[in-house]
Design a protein around this ligand. Structure first.
Ligand code: 6PG
Length: 476
């Protein structure tokens, strides 16, 4: 075989990835369950590079140069296992199977272990950037063995997005590390989107701006510290007019947000790891709430505050405060995401470099932003910060933003505009800062009803108060 790499699964992501590889001068074997798609790819895009179409699994494998590198681009779940089972028997020791879908990292760990037993490398590989990214340069997060990266890495790096000449691709860590990091990327993506949506809602309902005006505000923000792909596309969406009705597009779209599940996985995993990702969780819940039509309809009758309208003269100042609140909340969401990455890395022994993750998210992926340079810098020093919040750059930004942030959250609460992302982020910030938390009282409650014991601030050991008797304290 002469192909350097093969792609099986030629729906839009797989097709675009194959084209990206071919455009970079690699000979790419292509295969799809239904051969019509394979033929169509070669007909339409054959001129872009060198494709080797294969109709059968055997032909596909035979067309690959050894060690074979085979990328699976199918819908995450049962289809992935089916494709692995189809190809694994045809492969030989040292060959590499890459799963480029949004797989759950636990599935990836399972598949990696099973294929390792059979002498094959399995690389769970996060790929971000949507269809456009897959074609023109995604951010790529491969897991799997270091050995597999030696053979696969140069190929992936050649097709990844580049920032300052550096490819947005690095070996994340063994087995499921790549898919874990991609999962957290998506959790952060959900949080980022929710925070931007809340900023829009506040500008609309509190400042009284129309969508077109808000698009302008976002364009201005996008020239500053909030410069990011998500802010950029938000301005485009808000500036768009529905052709059929002539109304703002955002006003004709049903307000029920959907999800394919990666944000939910982030929160489920965070709960298991004991990592408080409240900002990400609120984003997942906000999507879920928006979809509960019956609940929302029933609640329409509930009273809200008597709204003192914001004076139009104060709108511009409020918009600036929303920008500060958005930036501060964004710092919190990312700090939570990085906490999860470091906790996952420790739990599974992945040794993930948190600064390298920031570096490869600067380009190609959905959350790409100028901001990620700061996160990378925060981890570049000798001793990594315990939390991103205390990195000097972020600490200073939070200090400058905090008054505006508090004002925005308070105003939202007073005027009855939901801002779960902003509020959760602020609560996390204040909770971490607090010298004492009411968790002490919760411990007392647990000890009272269940003799669950507590520790003391002044002495080692576990204690229990005999609540039902004389309330003396015993050492447990
Ligand atoms: C990416 C995206 C992508 C994800 C979509 C849709 O990094 O390119 O994260 O992988 O599938 O964003 O996600 P939801 O349907 O869950 O919103």
């Amino acid at each position: 075989g002469q192909a350097q790499i093969g792609v099986t699964g030629l729906a839009v992501m797989g097709r675009n990835l194959a084209r990206n590889l071919a455009r970079h001068g690699h000979v790419v074997a292509v295969h799809n369950r239904t051969a019509a798609r394979t033929r169509q790819l070669v007909e339409e895009f054959g001129h872009e590079g060198e494709f080797v179409p294969a109709e059968s699994a055997a032909d596909f494998v035979a067309s690959l140069r050894r060690p074979r590198r085979l990328v699976i681009m199918v819908k995450a779940g049962a289809a992935t296992d089916a494709v692995i089972e189809e190809f694994a028997p045809l492969l030989e020791s040292g060959d590499v199977i890459v799963d480029g879908g949004n797989a759950h990292f636990e599935d990836t760990r399972r598949r990696e272990a099973a294929l390792r037993e059979r002498g094959l490398h399995f690389v769970g590989c996060g790929i971000s950037g949507g269809e456009e990214g897959a074609l023109n340069g995604p951010s790529i997060m491969p897991g799997g063995s270091a050995e597999s990266y030696r053979s696969l890495g140069p190929l992936l790096e050649s097709i990844a997005a580049r920032v300052d000449g550096e490819p947005c691709c690095t070996h994340i860590g063994p087995d499921g590390a790549g898919h874990f990091v991609k999962m957290v990327h998506n959790g952060i993506e959900y949080a980022d989107m929710q925070l931007i949506a809340e900023a829009y809602d506040l500008l609309r309902r509190v400042a009284g701006y129309e969508p077109g005006r808000i698009a302008e505000v976002f364009r201005t923000w996008n020239r500053g510290r909030l410069d990011s792909y998500l802010i950029e596309i938000t301005a485009e969406v808000l500036g768009h007019t529905d052709a059929a009705t002539g109304r703002p597009f955002v006003d004709v779209v049903a307000d029920a947000a959907e999800q394919k599940g990666t944000g939910r996985w982030t929160v489920q995993t965070a709960l298991d790891l004991g990592v408080p990702v409240s900002g990400i969780a609120e984003a997942v819940f906000a999507r879920s709430l928006s979809g509960h039509g019956a609940l929302r309809e029933a609640a329409q009758q509930l009273p809200g505050p008597v709204r003192p309208e914001l004076h139009p003269d104060d709108a511009a100042q409020f918009a600036d405060q929303v920008e500060a609140a958005l930036y501060a909340s964004k710092i919190v969401a990312y700090a939570q995401g990085w906490h999860q990455i470091t906790a996952g890395s420790a739990e599974y022994g992945w040794d993930i470099d948190p600064g390298a993750v920031a570096a490869i998210w600067r380009g190609g992926c959905i959350i790409r932003a100028r901001f990620l340079d700061e996160i990378r810098a925060a981890y570049a020093g000798g001793k990594p910060p315990v939390t991103l919040l205390t990195d000097p750059t972020f600490r200073e930004a939070l200090e400058r933003a905090q008054n505006a942030w508090r004002h925005v959250v308070a105003t939202a609460a007073q005027l009855g505009v939901p801002a779960p992302g902003f509020s959760a982020a602020l609560a996390y910030y204040d909770a971490l800062r607090a010298e004492r938390l009411p968790a002490a009282l919760v411990q007392g409650q647990r000890d009272y009803f269940g003799a669950h014991t507590y520790r003391r601030t002044d002495r080692e050991g576990s204690f229990h108060t005999l609540w039902g008797q004389d309330r003396s304290e015993v050492e447990a």
